[in-house]
Ligand binder design. Structure first.
Ligand SMILES: NC(=O)c1ccc[n+]([C@@H]2O[C@H](COP(=O)([O-])OP(=O)(O)OC[C@H]3O[C@@H](n4cnc5c(N)ncnc54)[C@H](OP(=O)(O)O)[C@@H]3O)[C@@H](O)[C@H]2O)c1
Length: 311
């Protein structure tokens, strides 16, 4: 079958290649893939992987063979899933039935394809913060795949949301999520007038995080899920001490989706999409034959939100 594979010499380090069809374990269904969305994290991993490695977390498709243990939806069901083995960008993928969910009729493949990594990360990161109703929450990298969903989900959870982004050209798209405040700040400065935050949902790291940690409220939680702006940060220890019980927590979706299966989390997000309480932002679509250029555009931050390619 055809699949997206790594090639260090190709544009975006990715190209279409030939690989063996997947062998399903007894708890896995085989899905004929229709579309997928790209994430920064998997593209970074692809850059470091040996040539010929398969890639891809997020995918939508149709169940071709049900799981032998009888779990999961029937053949022909339209589904969205998370390939932990990163083999989702292929004509066929074998997925444990706990890692995919049925897409409601009201939701398109494109919209559903944006959910697995970005939507689940935003959802579970916010749920690490307690007492969101009426609390102030800061979302960094709000123009990114995760940040865009985090802004909307924090609002739905009843928080007062401040969004940080670095470029004014993406501000309108973030404002349209209904956030209370948008702060354009490439380095994390300029938050003095915005008070302290019960939760900080951070995918940027580096200098931005270093500055924003001083904005953590008493008993606040900073949930660190990404390092788009740099993998190291400086911590103002005195500020953290003065919060009393302020905490900085690492976050990883693989771990979090063992606590609640991806299928259950996706069901929750799909319901919100179907009810139009959650929206997607997909400025880039096309055939999977454009995978190299699309990956290079995402890494170069040529667009905000998500790119979805169809097979
Ligand atoms: N731990 C986990 O389980 C997990 C899960 C999902 C994602 N992640 C990680 O989280 C991060 C964000 O993921 P994503 O998919 O949302 O990425 P994305 O769609 O590429 O968005 C990146 C965001 O970070 C901002 N940004 C990029 N470089 C920056 C810099 N140097 N300074 C300040 N802001 C910068 C971008 O702003 P512009 O729009 O202005 O470019 C954008 O808002 C990545 O590091 C990813 O690997 C981790």
């Amino acid at each position: 079958m055809k699949a997206v594979v790594t090639n260090a010499k190709a544009t975006g380090c990715l190209e279409l290649g030939e690989v063996a069809e997947p062998q399903a374990d007894s708890n896995e269904a085989v899905i004929a893939v229709s579309a997928f969305s790209l994430n920064r994290g998997e593209l970074r991993r692809a850059e470091a992987a040996p040539d010929g490695t398969q890639i891809g977390w997020d995918l939508t498709g149709v169940v071709r063979n049900t799981a032998r243990d009888g779990s999961g939806p029937p053949e022909g069901a339209r589904v969205v899933g998370f390939s932990r083995r990163m083999q989702g960008w292929a004509q066929f993928v074998a997925l444990p039935t706990a890692d995919f969910a049925v897409i409601p009729d009201a939701v398109s493949d494109s919209d559903a394809a944006t959910l697995p990594v970005a939507g689940l990360t935003a959802l579970y990161a916010l749920e690490r913060c307690e007492r969101l109703l009426g609390s102030k929450i800061l979302v960094t990298g709000a123009s990114g795949g995760v940040g865009y969903f985090a802004c909307q989900l924090a609002r739905l959870m009843g928080a007062q949301v401040t969004a940080q982004l670095r470029r004014p050209d993406f501000a309108d798209m973030v404002r349209a999520t209904g956030v209370d405040d948008v702060v354009i700040s490439p380095d994390g400065s300029g938050f003095g007038a915005h008070g302290k935050f019960r939760g900080i949902i951070d995918g940027v790291g580096g200098q931005v995080l270093s500055r924003l940690l001083s904005r953590l409220d008493e008993r606040g939680r900073a949930i660190l899920y990404g390092v788009s702006g740099g993998p190291e940060t400086t911590l103002a220890v005195r500020e953290l001490m003065s919060t009393g019980d302020g905490r900085i927590e690492g976050f990883h979706l693989y771990r979090e989706s063992e606590i609640e299966s991806a299928a259950k989390g996706l069901d929750r997000l799909l319901l919100l999409l179907a009810d139009q309480r959650l929206t997607t932002h997909i400025p880039v679509t096309g055939s999977w034959e454009t995978i190299g250029e699309t990956a290079a555009r995402l890494i170069g931050r040529d667009f905000a939100g998500k790119a979805v390619l169809t097979i």
